[in-house]
Design a protein around this ligand. Structure first.
Ligand SMILES: [Ca+2]
Length: 148
């Protein structure tokens, strides 16, 4: 369990690193595809959001939300991901929706840094965003100043 400080620009910079972001999202996808059929089912995606804890922290929904409410919420998330209505989420759909979600989080955070307690979970995208920024700051003279 660690604490990181992130704001909108941290998250946006992470999403902006095309290759790194894609790699992170792809790894996430692979980890979530429990039965390894190359697509995410409704329950696989639900597990993903439960583990990312985005619902509790960023969708304005109380943690004590009744289970049927949560199910409805997760269903609506699934339908957002499943653009073509195929009943499963493929890698392309996952990538594009994760990008939108991360950017929405970035907008939500704005320039107001928040402290986040993160589980010891290296697959957390927000933690990776914070790590990326830390690596840049600590990298020392590598150029590549953040542009705004
Ligand atoms: Ca699957």
């Amino acid at each position: 369990m660690g604490v990181v400080i992130i704001d909108g620009s941290t998250v946006r910079a992470f999403v902006g690193e095309e290759e790194q972001f894609k790699k992170s999202v792809d790894e996430r996808f692979a980890a979530l595809d429990l039965n390894r059929d190359g697509v995410l089912s409704r329950s696989e995606l639900r597990k993903a959001f439960e583990s990312m804890r985005l619902i509790e922290t960023h969708f304005g929904v109380d943690v004590a939300t009744p289970p049927q409410e949560l199910t409805r919420l997760y269903d609506s998330i699934f339908e957002r991901f499943d653009c073509d209505g195929s009943g499963t989420v493929d890698l392309e759909e996952f990538r594009s929706e994760m990008r939108k979600i991360m950017l929405a989080i970035a907008d939500g955070l704005g320039s107001c840094p928040i402290q986040m307690a993160l589980e010891d979970d290296n697959s957390s995208l927000l933690k990776q965003a914070a790590d990326l920024e830390a690596a840049k700051l600590g990298g020392g003279g590598g150029g590549g100043e953040a542009k705004s």
